[in-house]
Design a protein around this ligand. Structure first.
Ligand code: F0G
Length: 352
């Protein structure tokens, strides 16, 4: 059969796989790069804004890119079980791919700080979900120790295969634009994804697929912004629970990417994140989760620095359906309910 074969087959030559690697795939990748005309007009000066809508992956986030690689390699190495700490999306992706590979999936999550859709996924996919009275950083510490002492493979982004898979998003952007963008705006939590994108752009640049490299613009929630304070945050807080992380594991790699690309890190407030979230939904017709909107919030915050005529890609890491509670609570829109089932009543409410 034809069609997209999943990112391992499509980008096999750039990935550490061999004919012996069992490919565990849900045909992830190939997500749309959607023009954002409202945002482009807001910035003006012929700046062209696109969103890389990675929420359209099989489990609804960019984590599927990393997980197809991490789980395929774990399977190749004979693993029977995998484990991760997660704010929700990693757990959903790990669960789906591990179960598909016939492995146990253990996920450790911060109790009360995982969006409902993500929890629902992990449970339905058949993960063994353990909620701790602690945050993501506490959970990561525990799973690192567990994977060192027991026969379980760690599939957080400290697993190098995760970043190998995630770098393919950069390939896809270049394949569509015909070059790298001038700016890449991306939310930063554990800092794996910004590191992976940079790897991808550099690899494509080396083989001549693009003749420039983007400025890597990383955005964190202001209550969870260790790259801005330049030290770990003990008690990270933000309504963007996906990036509620105080001690990022990929600290060195992300700084290296930022320096090498002459990029910047900035913090965006929860209010700025929500404003971008509403613009994406209500003006562009693109529903992402709050953490993803940090990339657009950041762009709007520093838009005066964007060069005239530049091409900007904002990464939308997760689907809005992951977190319906946030949408209902923060949409600034209300259900009109309790209406009599009569034409005149409904027409009147419609303003006719
Ligand atoms: N956006 C979303 C929707 C995420 O779920 C995450 C991370 C990020 C951005 C940040 O990416 O960690 O590579 O800098 N989520 C992880 C998880 C921590 O457990 O799902 P990062």
């Amino acid at each position: 059969i034809g069609g997209w074969r999943g990112l391992i087959e499509e980008y096999r030559q750039f990935l550490p796989v061999s004919s012996k690697t069992p490919v565990i795939t849900l045909l992830e990748g190939n997500t749309p790069l959607i023009p954002a005309p409202y945002l482009s007009a807001q910035i003006g000066r012929d700046v062209k804004v696109f969103v890389k809508y990675d929420g359209l992956n099989p489990t609804g986030s960019f984590k599927d890119r990393g997980m197809t690689m991490a789980i395929s390699k774990a399977k190749e190495e004979g693993a029977k079980a995998v484990i991760c700490a997660s704010t929700g999306n990693t757990s959903a992706a790990a669960a789906a791919y591990a179960r598909r590979a016939g492995m146990r999936a253990f996920v450790i999550i911060p109790d009360g700080y995982v969006a409902l859709g993500k929890l629902a996924q992990a449970l339905l996919y058949g993960a063994e979900v353990i909620a701790i009275n602690g945050n993501f950083d506490d959970a990561l510490k525990i799973v690192r120790q567990l994977s060192e002492n027991y026969p379980v493979t760690l599939v957080n982004s400290v697993n190098p295969y995760r970043l190998e898979g995630q770098k393919t998003a950069a390939f896809e952007i270049v394949d569509v634009l015909g070059n790298a963008p001038d700016w890449l705006c991306i939310p930063v939590g554990n800092a794996g994804n910004i590191s992976a994108y940079w790897m991808g752009f550099c690899q494509y640049h080396q083989i001549g697929k693009c003749d420039r490299l983007p400025k890597m613009m990383g955005f964190q929630a202001s209550g969870a912004a260790p790259f801005i304070s330049k030290q770990p945050v003990d008690h990270p807080e933000t309504l963007a629970t996906a990036i509620r992380i105080g001690n990022p594991a990929n600290w060195e790699k992300a700084w290296a990417a930022s320096h090498a690309s002459q990029g910047q890190f900035h913090a965006v407030s929860d209010e700025e994140i929500l404003a971008a979230y509403r613009i994406l939904g209500g003006q562009e017709g693109v529903f992402c989760e709050p953490a993803s909107a940090a990339s657009v919030a950041g762009l709007l915050k520093v838009h005066q620095q964007v060069p005239d005529g530049a091409t900007v890609v904002c990464v939308l890491t997760g689907n809005g359906l992951k977190d319906p509670d946030s949408a209902v609570k923060h949409s600034n829109n209300q259900l009109k309910s309790g209406i009599a089932p009569e034409l005149t009543q409904v027409a009147q409410i419609m303003g006719f």
